[in-house]
Design a binder for this molecule. Structure first.
Ligand code: PFF
Length: 567
């Protein structure tokens, strides 16, 4: 493929270093999905039995597909394209239908960010509230909530649930907007959004990469502090089945004893039953998509800023492994074992939503452990930092799309993206009753879209771009040799597995969700919003591709004329 002149992004942006791109992609992957969603999924799906489909999905989906996504991203970048629209267009040899798919791929991360920053602001407020209590010895204590003492401590376990419910406005729509004094959440969401867009505005190397280089060591430091605390905890209640190892065993043993109300063993979980339940496989695969940030345009956009001859093979493996280390080892150590040590399997696994573990159960645990207020502060600061590095990758594909579409500078593109982001975040922040809007956004964007786009993206790679081109792209500049087998795994293992997952998933989930749309006006409003965005993006993609075609034809005519004149 020849270099494309049609796309005149203002200046070719690049990552400053190979380490920078790996940290940025790992930063995208390591986020709230690792520290909140993953432990919540493990607990909700029976502990160790969940880890089997999880590891299988990691091997046959995450590792190969993220590498193919890096490859298509770098290929697009070499041809002058950085948005998912441009990358799909380039890799599909300039086919409009695929280009439209690429345009729509930019939508998913962008809409995820609309609620992601809302959750990010919960972490910020929890961290600050803990800090308010920690500063007491210096006489600087403060509380962000009028009905709370500085710090986050309740004598009664139900206090943590009530605190969380009132923080996020779970009882009533619009309640967060009533007074900034009673709830600082809107202000916090605004601060997160501004920080997020300001960093993206600073650019690929000067904003995203620089911030990831600062955040990564801080995240590691915070993790080490919390992990040292957790592994040195003694069995706090002395009750059987509540040691640190019991907590780890819950996460890793595929079968375990079922404990009754009074602590007695009433049976044993059945691994085959858990594995025969498609729900476990669906949950594990969805978690893999979300945590590795694949099939949503984020990785390919980041990879498009790599220099054409820089390695992608080792970088992709490193970023995915770093994410898995943070998820399975760090988050796995920090969350599930302490919850089980302090509260027992019964109470710790009665979660309901995956937010409960992070925002209700763990604060309760921090309230019970020595120096818990300090560790609570460190834990939520870690979450906040990890969330920001992910947020930036959720926004960049749309910013790149606007840059390419309108030939705009980064600033104007960031402003338009921020404006659109505020509209979506407003819906999520207003309709907080039962967190319905957040749930609708999360279901359609973080569950449905990755499954659909995993099939679209993999089809594009294996059937249109084709395996030889994929292999050549991966091999170019590679610091490790990736066997040809990779392409065959993607084509004959990952792709059929994804199709099966999609079919199962559709049969299981779509019926209920369509019923919800009929009966729930928040779901209708949210979906209406998505439809408007889809229509706008489709039109934009078509117009932009027409322009690229015209510009290319004009360029060819000019170069033909020049060579005639010369001869
Ligand atoms: N991987 C991020 C997390 O675990 O929180 C979330 C995410 C970021 C998903 C970027 C998708 C994406 F494109």
């Amino acid at each position: 493929m020849s270099k494309n002149h049609a796309v005149q992004t203002p200046r070719a942006e690049r990552w400053g270093s190979s380490l920078g791109v790996v940290l940025a992609v790992a930063g995208s992957a390591v986020g709230l999905g690792n520290f909140l969603r993953f432990p919540g999924q493990v607990v909700n799906h029976g502990g160790g039995a969940f880890m089997i489909p999880y590891v299988i999905s990691l091997l046959i989906i995450a590792l190969p597909i993220s590498m193919t996504e890096w490859a298509m991203g770098r290929c697009g970048g070499r041809l002058g394209y950085h948005s998912p629209l441009g990358i799909y267009y380039a890799v599909s040899h300039k086919r409009t239908g695929w280009g439209i798919c690429g345009g729509l791929a930019a939508l998913a991360p962008f809409v995820i960010n609309m609620y992601y920053i809302f959750v990010e602001s919960w972490c910020l407020l929890y961290a600050l509230q803990y800090l308010g209590g920690l500063l007491a010895p210096l006489g600087l204590s403060f509380s962000l909530f009028p009905h709370c003492e500085p710090g986050l401590y309740f004598t009664d376990a139900s206090g943590y649930g009530e605190f969380f419910g009132s923080l996020v406005g779970i009882s009533e729509n619009g309640v967060l907007f009533r007074s900034f004094k009673s709830s600082p959440l809107i202000l916090a969401t605004l601060i997160c959004a501004v920080a997020n867009f300001a960093l993206v505005y600073c650019g690929i190397a000067k904003g995203i990469e620089r911030f990831c280089k600062i955040a990564a060591p801080l995240i590691i430091l915070c993790s080490i502090i919390v992990i040292i605390r957790v592994v040195t905890l003694k069995n706090p209640t002395g009750a059987a089945g509540q040691s640190f190892l019991d907590g780890l065993g819950f996460m890793w043993n595929p079968t375990r004893d079922i404990i009754g109300e009074n602590g007695e063993i009433i049976g044993r979980t059945n691994i085959w039953q858990a594995l025969a339940d498609p729900e476990t496989w669906l949950a594990a695969t969805a978690q893999i998509f979300f945590t590795v940030s694949i099939c949503l345009g984020a990785i390919s956009t980041y990879a498009s800023y790599i220099k054409p001859k820089d390695d992608i093979a080792l970088s992709s493996l490193t970023a995915t492994s770093a994410n898995e280390f943070c998820e399975v080892v760090i988050a796995g150590f920090m969350t599930i074992p302490p919850a089980i040590m302090f509260l027992g399997v019964q109470s710790a696994s009665n979660l309901g939503s995956s937010f409960s573990l992070g925002f209700v159960v763990l604060p309760n645990v921090f309230g019970l452990m020595p120096f818990g207020q300090f560790f609570g502060f460190v834990f939520f600061s870690l979450l906040f930092l990890a969330a920001i590095t992910s947020s930036m990758s959720l926004v960049q594909p749309t910013v790149a799309l606007f840059q390419e579409s309108f030939h705009w500078q980064r600033g104007s593109s960031v402003i338009l993206a921020a404006f659109m982001n505020f509209i979506g975040s407003f819906i999520v922040c207003w309709y907080t009753q039962g967190l319905v809007a957040l749930d609708v956004f999360d279901f359609w964007l973080a569950n449905f879209t990755p499954i659909v786009f995993s099939i679209i993206q993999t089809s594009l790679i294996v059937f249109v771009w084709k395996l030889p081109a994929l292999q050549a792209e991966i091999d170019s500049g590679a610091r490790v040799r990736i066997p040809r087998l990779l392409g065959y795994v993607v084509k004959y293992v990952s792709f059929p597995y994804l199709v099966c997952i999609a079919v199962f998933w559709g049969v299981r989930n779509l019926g209920d969700r369509f019923n919800e749309i009929r009966s729930n006006h928040v779901a209708q409003l949210s979906l209406g919003f998505f439809v408007v965005l889809i229509v706008l993006l489709t039109l934009l993609s078509m117009i932009v591709m027409k322009r690229w075609e015209r510009e290319e034809a004009r360029h060819k005519a000019i170069s033909g004329q020049t060579s005639q004149d010369q001869s």
